[in-house]
Design a binder for this molecule. Structure first.
Ligand code: SF4
Length: 85
């Protein structure tokens, strides 16, 4: 599949000009609750939840959104707030 076809079939641009999935849950999540493209999953999936990035300060907005869907991110975010607020 060409990149442009993939983008138009599965992705959309969010308000921060980042590509995000058009649908949730992801179209590649199987009925067995496993990733059907695991070996080829995108870098963003491989790096999720992005809490070990050196430039994490630049993605705080995304990280805050992720606190709503990932308990691990919520815990990490609360710990970070203790250190910086
Ligand atoms: S790992 Fe990524 S590609 Fe796979 S199901 Fe989850 S969101 Fe979709």
């Amino acid at each position: 599949m060409k990149e442009s076809s993939f983008v138009s079939a599965y992705l959309k641009m969010d308000e921060e000009s980042d590509y995000v999935l058009q649908n949730s849950p992801c179209a590649f999540l199987g009925n067995d609750n496993k990733c059907s493209v695991y070996e080829y999953r995108p870098l963003a999936c491989r790096e999720y939840p992005h809490t070990d990035r050196k430039n994490m300060i630049q993605i705080l907005g995304i990280t805050e959104k992720n606190t709503l869907i990932c308990p691990a991110v919520a815990i990490i975010f609360e710990e970070l707030k203790k250190g910086y607020l």
